[in-house]
Structures are given as C-alpha cells and as structure tokens.
Write a protein that binds this ligand. Sequence first.
Ligand code: HSE
Length: 408
Amino acid sequence: MSKSDKKIRIGLFGLGVVGSGIVNIISRARNAHAEIRRICVRDLTRKRAVEVDPAILTDKADDIFNDPEINLIVEVVSDAEASWQIVSRALRAGIPVVSGSKAMIARHLPELIDLQRRYGTALLYDASACGSIPVIRNLEEYYDNDLLLEVKGILNGSSNYILSRIFDHGEEYASALSRAQQLGFAEADPTFDIEGYDSLFKLVIITVHALGVYVDPDNIFTYGISTLHDSDIRYAREKGVKIKLVAQVVKVAPDRFTIFVMPEFVTPNKYIYSVDDEYNGVVIRGECYDRQFMFGKGAGSLPTASSILSDVMARLHDYSYEYKKMNFDGRPVYTTDVRLRVYVRYGATTAVRELPWIEIREQYFSAAGSNYLIGDILLSDLIAARALLSAPDIFLAHIPLFFTDRDN
Ligand code: HSE
C-alpha cells in the first residue's frame, strides 16, 4: 500500500480538553488521512465541548481493542494509572500509540521503551512536553549528536500563566489559578502544575531525548510556586527581575549533568523573561551554536491537539523514536554535587539558617516576619532538606550561577 493509500483509523481514549481538540483538529486535517473510529470515555453522560456521533462513543476499552480496523490508539486521559493500562496493553497488542500523558510516560519510560522494542511497535508523545512546541522529535532527530549542553525552560503553561497574571496584571494568586483552570490549561489536579511536578515529568522525558539518560522523577529536586508571597514579588520587582518556574537539565562537565525544577529569578536579557501567559519557552544550548530558542503555546485544547496531529501524521510514515542517544558512548551521569545559589524567604522556620550553606551572601531580617537569605548550597543538600523546605512559610528561588555572563 502506498503512503497516500494508508488510512489511519484512530481509537481515542479521553474526550476532555485535549480529546475535544483532537476531534476538532482531525476533522479539519485533510492530509492526515485519519478518522476517529471509536472514542472511549469514563462517563457517557457527560456534556462534551465538541459534537460527536453518539454511535462512536463507548465506555468499554474492549470496543477499541477488539476492533481490527483500528490501527492507532490516541490516548489523552488524565488518570496516570488508567493511561498506563491503556498504553501498555496497546503496545503488547502491537498497536502503535500516540499519547500526551506526561506523568505516566515520565514514570514508566524505561518499561515503555522495552515494550516498544519487544513488540515491534511505536509510542509517540510530542504532546507530552510543551504543548504545541515540537521539542521531543527535534531533540531526537536534529540534535542527534554530542553537542547538546543544556535544555532549560518554562515547561508548564498554568504556572507561567499564574505568574504572568501576578507580575503583569497585579492579580491575586487564587484568582489567577482559577482562570488557568477555566481556560483548560491546568491539570485535573492543579497541584501538579503549581508544585512543579508537571514541569518535572516533561523534563524527565526531554532528558531521555536530549542526553539519552533516564532519571527517576523521585530523584530530582522539584520546587513549585505555591508558597510565593507578596514579599517575594516585591523583592523581584525591586531587583528588576521576574520569577519564572524553570526546569533545566545542564551538563556541568563533559561526563556529568544535573537536573532540577525551581522558581528562578530571570533577568530581562534572558529569552525566557518574555515568555508570558500560557506560553512555554525552551532554550537549547550546545557546543558550536551557543543558544537556540523555541517558543509557543504550551497548554490548551488546540495547541496540544496540534502536537497530537503531528504525531498521528508521523505514523503515516511509520515513524518511531529510536532512542539513539541511549546507545551513545560516554553518556553523562547525573550528579547532585553542584553548587547552586538560592534565595530563601522564611518566617518562623528559622532552621533554614542552619542548612549546610557553603556561603551566605546576603541576609535580611524583618520585624514583619518576611526574612530572607541568599546563599550558595549544594543541590544534594537541598534534596536532603526537602521536608524542611516544604514548610508553608518558605519560598525558594534559584539565582542562576551557570553561565551568568551568557544570554539565555
Ligand atoms: N497543565 C499543563 C500546563 C498542560 O499547564 O502546562 C499542558 O501540558
């Protein structure tokens, strides 16, 4: 059969914000040669954002798995366990899958790679990281060499939307969060967005395609924006910087890299300073070409569905990830033995002063209880202090030390 005769018949799992976008976009994509044959949802009675023929709706996964006409499963359910059941079953059955489920993929990636190899089928997931920005396939194909030094950016649209509303519009945190939910950017459980886990999952996936190394999400320092306070915003404004939730994987030596997610003070000369609202921005730094910057909508129904469409169309050409970098010689190893500079604002939890600081560079004590210090500390010591740092009166932000003289 020639490529142009090939028809993609999709079994779709999930008809929420992204699933509705997929129905919309597939119906308009004439060159995809794709049709949605069946849609499996949890609740058949729920009102949907798109009109679909009730005859193709089902609440039984078997209606999709037992349909021999279906040759691609697209999975965008929000429950990570349900997503794992669907995707692993499909791969075992030799059915290729397109998925947007970053939490599931980040937690199961080694098994998912193994399943693809064992059953000779493919799992594509560009929609799992940075919505409409084609990060994964570019890292896999274009950056298929040893030159990459760093991938850093704003990977979560909801938290960026919240921070933009606070910084640029003086809006309150709670109302900005509720708008992010209404607009369909936030996860079903928005703590994933604001505590940094959504960025973390995307970063884990990106790292596999950037450096060929899988790091268990539980071993990565992750700090969110839920304890951000007026005094932190005031401090950032006084210094002429913005606070952004930044995820980064950085080669700190030819054989070592580090990785973390943390709010960061971003100066106006950085690319990500101007990434606002639900937009994402990814800076790729490498030997020979310094920096490249990718920017685009990172959340929302149609932007995410556009990425799914791209993967659906890639299946017209039987595209699959080869995970080539996982076989590279001299892959770097993960280290937390890295000196970071951080800002810590605290109230009653004065124990932060006793952390194993390498150097305290600035301290401020306030009668109002908003004290802060700026100091240098090892990433391993931040990881060891995770419980202390999660106190509600503490906010932590990274002040980049790496390449401070360079524009990123
Ligand atoms: N909740 C995610 C975000 C959706 O806000 O970025 C897109 O992955």
